[in-house]
Design a protein around this ligand. Structure first.
Ligand SMILES: Nc1ncnc2c1ncn2[C@@H]1O[C@H](COP(=O)(O)OP(=O)(O)OP(=O)(O)O)[C@@H](O)[C@H]1O
Ligand SMILES: [Mg+2]
Length: 250
């Protein structure tokens, strides 16, 4: 059991799921079975002692507020995200649904368990969700592969005849859940959308070698899925050029 003076942790059976630079994530037992799996996820943002205390509090509260607000907006739009149960700015926490049957896109890509045809489907599924966020003015702000959760859905396709046949075609499909909306914002500019895509591209290419085709296929699907896909893609070329210039200048 992790020792923490937070009342949510003191009074509830829990274990540490993840400790990052910004936050600790705990799995809490749900004694009243409010959730589908008997567990909550508590995200507690850490105090940054190198920051001035007042500024730290202000920044943290802004991130918690923004994360909760955007998660609710996504839920309203029909984009699957973890359900938010409560947030407490003083305790620096958000209590949300724990998606125990999902893994991060980062893990999926690193495991190299999917062949190219399935990776193409996965990239299209991710593109549809990012396009829906952007078409509804939601900019993620930190669209890395750790901030996208993935679960494979098995859908059986079959015409009435094929029901009785030995072979049924199985379409592979994935449920995609964006998370970690603390840096999200509301914007309609192609610049902001293109920066989201650039962050995703960098995350894919730097942490997952040989994944160029994954991002290419993602982008192709994004262009068709988003109303303003072509304009955002054109802007992405500009953002990339700026990035290259910055890299050259060190
Ligand atoms: N609701 C959830 N269900 C299942 N796993 C989750 C959930 N939320 C987060 N995770 C897991 O915990 C990891 C860290 O979560 P998250 O990205 O929210 O924190 P963080 O990166 O530390 O946040 P921030 O960058 O805002 O400080 C995720 O990459 C994911 O693997
Ligand atoms: Mg994260």
């Amino acid at each position: 059991m992790v020792v923490d003076n937070c009342p949510f942790l003191r009074n509830c059976e829990h274990s540490l799921l993840f400790q990052g630079a910004e936050a600790c994530l705990y799995i809490l037992k749900d004694p009243n079975n409010v959730t589908h799996n008997g567990m909550f996820l508590l995200k507690k943002r850490l105090v940054k002692s190198y920051r001035h205390a007042k500024l730290d509090k202000k920044l943290t509260q802004k991130r918690i507020t923004q994360e909760g607000r955007t998660l609710l907006k996504c839920q309203k739009l029909g984009i699957k995200v973890p359900i938010v149960y409560l947030s407490d700015l003083n305790e620096r926490v958000i209590l949300m649904e724990y998606l125990d049957d999902y893994q991060s896109l980062r893990n999926v890509l690193e495991s190299r368990s999917l062949d190219n045809s399935v990776l193409k489907i996965l990239s299209a599924n991710v593109a549809n969700v990012v396009a829906k966020l952007h078409d509804n003015s939601v900019i993620h702000g930190d669209l890395t592969t750790s901030n996208v959760l993935v679960k494979e859905l098995k859908v059986e396709n079959g015409t009435p005849e094929s029901e009785n046949m030995i072979e049924k075609s199985v379409t592979r499909n994935f449920s995609i859940v964006p998370i970690d909306f603390g840096l999200s914002s509301s914007s309609d500019t192609s610049e902001d959308k293109a920066v989201d895509l650039y962050v995703l591209e960098r995350a894919i290419l730097t942490t997952h070698a040989n994944m160029t085709s994954f991002f290419d296929s993602f982008l192709e699907n994004y262009v068709t899925a988003s109303k303003y896909g072509s304009a955002t893609k054109a802007k992405l070329d500009e953002v990339r050029a700026r990035g290259r210039k910055r890299d050259m200048m060190g």
